[in-house]
Design a protein around this ligand. Sequence first.
Ligand code: NAP
Length: 268
Amino acid sequence: MSRTRVCIIGATGRLGREILRELNQEDFELVGAIASRNNSNLGMKLEAFGLANSDVRLVSPDSLNEAVKRADVVISTSNPAAEVENLPKVAGVGKRIVVGTTGFTADQYLAIKGAVDGKVPTIISSNFAIAMNFLYKIAELTSSLPPQYQASIVESHHAGKLDSPSGTAYALGEILSRAMGYSTIIHDRHSAGKRKKDELEIFSRRVGGVPGIHEVTIAGPYDMIRIEHIAFTRAAFAQGALLAAKWLSRISSPQIYSMGDVLSHPSN
Ligand SMILES: NC(=O)c1ccc[n+]([C@@H]2O[C@H](COP(=O)([O-])OP(=O)(O)OC[C@H]3O[C@@H](n4cnc5c(N)ncnc54)[C@H](OP(=O)(O)O)[C@@H]3O)[C@@H](O)[C@H]2O)c1
């Protein structure tokens, strides 16, 4: 099988670095790496400052066209404003895209959707970890519970995380809301008071270096289950992102796909 050529936007970030570490040279070839305009290593080969064993040069988004030119797939994991600036350009030159960034406003998400949908095959996923995508499927089963059962989500992440609640908590919240009929999300019980029927709780903690923990509690009056997904390291997300990139490299229909599609049709 031929190697998938990838360009990484956000290569110097926490997740970007992990993707570079996990990138297996037999299956992938790194052909481009992009960081912010402020990065002090712009123009240098990645091997020269210890980012990866590669002679690819780190460039700013101003050199995006050149950096993505040889790529089969662009993996982008930066921040919402950067995605709104960069992804229309990537789609404009016809490159497949894997988007890992979270925390988009509704307008930012619509801008990205408008730029890629129907133009290039794209995967957008707030969580690339395989077991988390299994938890999404379990969450769908709550639609069969009787009405006295309720759900709550608690998520914990490192203190440097920009968005809160996490994109994953929102994704889980959407599934639970569809399945259990919630129409409001409560982030803080202290100010919201007693729980109402239409409310779903999503609480966040920002502490230390935690890569990501999501806990879903489903409780009735007399029993409950609690399911917790723990990412031991960012390798969980990096491996999933690379699996998504490999899958997408074989796709030609220019739609938006999810990690669920990747895992449901592994042989595509
Ligand atoms: N989908 C998932 O499974 C998953 C898992 C973990 C995290 N995430 C999400 O992924 C995103 C990145 O997380 P992180 O922890 O890696 O963040 P981070 O450490 O802050 O890294 C951000 C990266 O984006 C780069 N960047 C900033 N502005 C840019 C621009 N205009 N153009 C191109 N690159 C730019 C930064 O470059 P500099 O180094 O030069 O600043 C850096 O490489 C977040 O939204 C996070 O929530 C998703």
